[in-house]
Design a protein around this ligand. Structure first.
Ligand code: SF4
Ligand code: SF4
Length: 159
């Protein structure tokens, strides 16, 4: 009889502990968001898309065409070509195949002039893999190319 009472007491205590967790989750702060209608900010060191920001002082690329990022990339997804000589040397091609990129960040780390950086954009899904090759103009814009597959943008019963 005493063993039965102990087991009943343990069952009630277990039920109480479980319901306490459920109730706390019910009234507590919600951490889920209705993506893609709602979005959360990414961390400052987020590895999103890669970009080649233009120097605001000179209006030209910060890249000094040293090819270090191309050499260090483990996925061989950076392709750089340049024309001209000496101070007149200019980038003629800077392509990144983002579908091959593993977001390791080695290209960003090795760059001596901070010419290549990560930006917070992460919505790069597309129905066409060719859209995942980012050229010089795309990288200077530092934004995803169009068209982007945005997924569900409106849900039943919601605006
Ligand atoms: S993040 Fe890594 S894989 Fe992607 S382009 Fe840079 S070096 Fe290559
Ligand atoms: S490492 Fe930096 S400066 Fe060198 S080629 Fe790459 S982006 Fe340009």
């Amino acid at each position: 009889m005493e063993a039965l009472a102990t087991r009943a007491w343990e069952a009630v205590a277990g039920l109480y502990a479980g319901l306490r967790v459920t109730f706390r989750a019910l009234v507590g702060r919600k951490n889920t968001v209705m993506y893609p209608l709602q979005k959360v900010n990414v961390a400052p060191r987020w590895h999103g898309l890669l970009a080649l920001p233009v120097d605001p002082e000179t209006g030209s690329d910060k890249c000094i065409i040293c090819f270090q990022c191309e050499r260090v990339c483990p996925d061989r997804c950076i392709h750089i070509e340049a024309g001209g000589k000496g101070k007149d040397r200019l980038l003629t091609r800077f392509d990144i195949e983002m579908d091959k990129c593993c977001y390791c960040g080695l290209c960003v780390e090795v760059c001596p002039t901070e010419a290549i950086v990560f930006v917070p954009h992460y919505e790069t899904s597309t129905y066409n893999r060719a859209n995942l090759v980012y050229d010089l103009d795309d990288l200077r814009r530092a934004a995803p190319k169009e068209p982007i597959a945005h997924g569900v943008v409106a849900m039943r019963g919601r605006p």
